[in-house]
Design a protein around this ligand. Structure first.
Ligand code: OX2
Length: 836
């Protein structure tokens, strides 16, 4: 451990100039004012909230950079094995509040900006969300980065720096979703650090010529070359100095996006419009759970995986270790199949550029990659048409064919003559055109494969990858149940509850926020009436905060003396927002025929929906339209408006979730059994003391195991029944009037024009009347019964609060710290690498 050499100049002079962390309010105000003056080139007298936000953010960034630099230096010195999380989506939300919390400087900044004449709340509110993701998959990646830094793991993220994040959702007067671009970088992004010196050249198209020397090598040349430029985002750990890196790539031509084509209404067209270099990272694809086979998307995937691998390889090579040791220093997690091209790309590098043999390369590859599957829905399993791959990535297609050949030879050896099995397992699906099955490639190229909740991992093993489990053995096919960061999803979004928990557990908050099982210490307090009162008062204030938000953003008055019932997630048939809105209509129709005496006993309810639909997903968009128009009728009906209110909150985002979740009494997670891989908002609601109404699906099951079945409201058919029910729908259909009269009545009321008098909703209603693939008619009655049980339970306020407390108290398992440590220990074999 020798002393470092100063490369030039006088060490003392350097040391004296090095910036330390801000500690006092005085340090902070000086730094903020300095940024107002210099970085923003503005004067004290003309600074507004946005300017104050920017200056505060830049000063926080300076602090993050100090830790970030030391973290990277620590890794360079100790050279631990590192893990890389490759994700096309990182749904980060806002950063300032989280950075202040993690740095432990929130109070100091609050005081500091106050001295400068601003309120911290107003400043925090000026930040735009970084919405580089569609939903759960992208938010999971963001939670994992937070936990990676908080547990001091050498974990980096790699993604794309989209100029436009997920579209902004507008609702037209008729109730239609419109999509507008999200130019989130317009006010500059203080949280990123352009690294104009970190660049790689990425090739597309061209020709690949195999050598004739029997080595298997090839030369890939010609085509288009595009430059990848790195932008680094600092990821601070909570209560640690570890500040990891998220590296996002921007594409540039080796030598602009057409904003005019970006008008609401032709979002998809605009996405596809350009083939130039900078188009590659211009926009996040707004589809969730679908695979479209579009060339620009393929280019995004390759651009990002190739740049990331080149970067990882450069870092590895700086160590001068033999390539065979690559997997001893590098673990790469594939977040879904989106980065699967990294497998043939690493083969290409090792064979064509590093002169390894096929077997040497394959050994390295299959010890480096790990693959997480997030869905078993067939429409979400990625497939790339062979002709497209051949055109865009000719060398990679050759490698994929070679992988397939060797793989199928091994399968044939184990199951001689089993041609059907070979066809099922092949990387290539026959057809016009042939397609590459990315999940198969990801599975055979990885060391471990996992699903995201117990039930889902079982389904992966017994359905989509069944043949692979039989062939390769069960031990490779594993589970890591998802988690969420309790920093953002409790302490930040629900500060009052966090403070009450800290006081009650009588430990410092940075203890329980990093050891979430300590929440169990709340259990005895559920029996304490004063504690329950404090608990309920916080829920009430969170409802008022939400109501104030709705008032100020939408101009609508929400009553707060009612049960708040929330369903917020992407709009998708499998998530069954339709079941929820049909249930609301059922409740409305029931209220309409009640006597005043009957109504007096009714538990008033406010139902909230939020979520985006993929721009081309017609049925999902119709669902939004139905919800909006039902809301108009219900909220305007004097007979019912005191008992039932309904809101569709536009433009769902991480920030909106942070207001909605703490205000919820009950939240709905009602997917058809076997379709929701995990769900993560279910965990967020329960952590905040909201109860769960759901199907026996995804992580709902494990939540119930932890909090106790008596604290959740389950309904509906179970996963093993689903296939049979679907079969019956197809071959022995029973008319809906017979099977489920209550549902038939609701559908008929919609058809008769109660919520608009044209046939606009018929295509949506027909999905239920005809195939009913998602089993609404099978689950409707038990859903209505479960809603009634929720009402009944809510009448006993004290019991309800006990359930709420016991729910929070038993959610410790779902910290993303637990999940990331499972990945670190059982997959990646990396260790916490702290420094002083
Ligand atoms: C989502 C899954 O639908 C959700 O159940 C899960 O909680 C989340 O990923 C994180 O694992 N795209 N998004 C998902 O899957 C896919 C594909």
């Amino acid at each position: 451990a020798g002393k470092e050499q100063w490369p030039r100049g006088e060490e003392e002079v350097w040391r004296a100039g090095i910036r330390g962390l801000d500690k006092t309010v005085d340090d902070i105000t000086k730094s903020v004012v300095n940024h107002v003056q210099t970085s923003l080139a503005r004067q004290a007298y003309n600074i507004d909230d946005l300017g104050a936000y920017q200056a505060a953010a830049l000063s926080v960034r300076d602090n993050l950079l100090v830790n970030w630099n030391e973290t990277q230096l620590n890794y360079t010195k100790k050279n631990p094995k590192r893990a890389y999380y490759l994700s096309l989506e990182f749904l980060m939300g806002r950063t300032l509040d989280n950075a202040l919390l993690n740095l432990g400087l929130k109070d100091e900044y609050k005081d500091g900006v106050q001295k400068l004449g601003f309120s911290i709340e107003d400043i925090l509110d000026k930040e735009r969300d970084a919405a580089l993701g569609n939903g759960g998959l992208g938010r999971l990646a963001a939670c994992y980065l937070d936990s990676g830094s908080s547990t001091e793991l050498p974990l980096w993220g790699y993604g794309l720096r989209y100029k436009y994040g997920i579209f902004q959702q507008l609702i037209s007067p008729e109730g239609n979703q419109l999509e507008a671009p999200d130019p989130w970088l317009d006010n500059q992004n203080p949280w990123e650090l352009p690294r104009l010196d970190v660049t790689y050249e990425i090739r597309f198209y061209g020709r690949s010529e195999r050598s004739h020397d029997g080595s298997g090598r090839a030369v890939w040349a010609g085509g288009q070359e595009v430059v990848a430029v790195a932008y680094d985002v600092m990821i601070p750990g909570y209560g640690t100095k570890t500040t990891n890196n998220l590296r996002l790539w921007e594409s540039r031509s080796k030598r602009g996006f057409d904003l005019n084509s970006f008008n609401a209404g032709n979002y998809e067209g605009a996405v596809e419009s350009s083939n130039s270099a900078d188009a590659i990272t211009s926009v996040l694809y707004p589809n969730d759970h679908t695979s479209f086979g579009k060339e620009l998307r393929l280019k995004q995937q390759y651009f990002w995986t190739a740049a990331s691998l080149a970067d990882i390889m450069r870092r590895f090579k700086n160590q001068n270790k033999p390539l065979a040791q690559f997997p001893d220093f590098v673990a790469i997690q594939l977040n879904d199949t989106h980065p699967t091209l990294a497998i043939p790309e690493l083969m290409r590098i090792l064979i064509d550029e590093e002169d390894l043999t096929w077997d040497q390369a394959w050994t390295i590859v299959t010890n480096t990659f790990f693959y997480t599957n997030h869905t078993v829905l067939p429409e979400a399993l990625e497939k790339w048409p062979v002709p497209l791959l051949e055109h865009v990535l000719p060398r990679h297609l050759q490698i994929i064919y070679d992988i397939n050949l060797f793989f199928l030879q091994a399968v044939e050896k184990k199951y001689p003559g089993d041609r059907e099995r070979l066809a099922r397992m092949s990387l290539i699906e026959e057809g016009q055109p042939k397609q590459v099955r990315m999940a198969h490639l990801a599975a055979i190229g990885s060391r471990k494969v996992n699903g995201v909740a117990e039930l889902h991992s079982d389904l992966v093993r017994t359905t989509i990858l069944k043949d692979f489990v039989e062939f390769e053995g069960l031990s490779k096919y594993s589970n890591v149940t998802n988690g969420i960061t309790p920093r953002r999803w409790l302490d930040q979004c629900n500060p009052e509850l966090s403070a009450l928990i800290t006081k009650t557990l009588a430990v410092d908050k940075n203890v329980w926020l990093k050891d979430l099982k300590l929440l169990k210490g709340l259990i005895p307090h559920a029996e304490d009436a004063d504690f329950r009162k404090a608990w309920a008062a916080i829920k009430q204030r969170n409802k008022e905060r939400l109501a104030a938000h709705v008032q100020s953003t939408l101009g609508l008055t929400v009553r707060t003396d009612a049960m708040f019932d929330v369903q917020i997630k992407r709009i998708h048939e499998y998530k069954r927002q339709t079941l929820n809105i049909l249930g609301v209509i059922h409740r409305y129709l029931t209220l309409k025929v009640m006597t005043p005496e009957e109504k007096a006993k009714v538990n008033p309810r406010v139902v909230f929906f939020a979520g985006k639909a993929a721009p081309a997903y017609y049925i999902a968009k119709l669902t939004i339209r139905l919800i909006v128009n039902v809301a108009k009728v219900i909220n305007g009906d004097p007979d019912t408006k005191d008992y039932l209110q309904l809101y569709f909150l536009p433009d769902y985002s991480v920030s909106l979730a942070e207001v909605l979740i703490p205000a919820s009494d009950i939240s709905q997670h009602i997917s058809t059994a076997g379709t929701e891989a995990s769900g993560t908002s279910n965990m967020k609601f329960c952590l905040n003391g909201g109860l769960l109404l759901g199907t026996v699906d995804g992580a709902n099951i494990e939540i119930a195991e932890e909090v106790g079945e008596s604290n959740v409201f389950f309904f509906g058919h179970l996963t093993p029944a689903v296939e049979d029910l679907r079969y019956q729908h197809l071959y022995h259909p029973v008319p809906i009037e017979e099977k489920c009269p209550a549902l038939a009545n609701v559908l008929n009321q919609i058809s008769s024009g109660l919520f608009g008098n044209d046939d606009i909703y018929e295509p949506l209603l027909n999905t239920i009347r005809q195939n009913d693939y998602y089993l609404l008619s099978d689950d409707f009655d038990s859903y209505i019964a479960a809603l009634a049980m929720v009402d009944e339970a809510y009448q006993d306020k004290e019991e309800w609060i006990k359930k709420s407390i016991n729910t929070t108290a038993n959610m410790g398992k779902f910290s993303s710290d637990r999940a990331i440590l499972e990945y670190a220990e059982s997959f990646w074999n990396i260790e916490p690498t702290p420094f002083k």
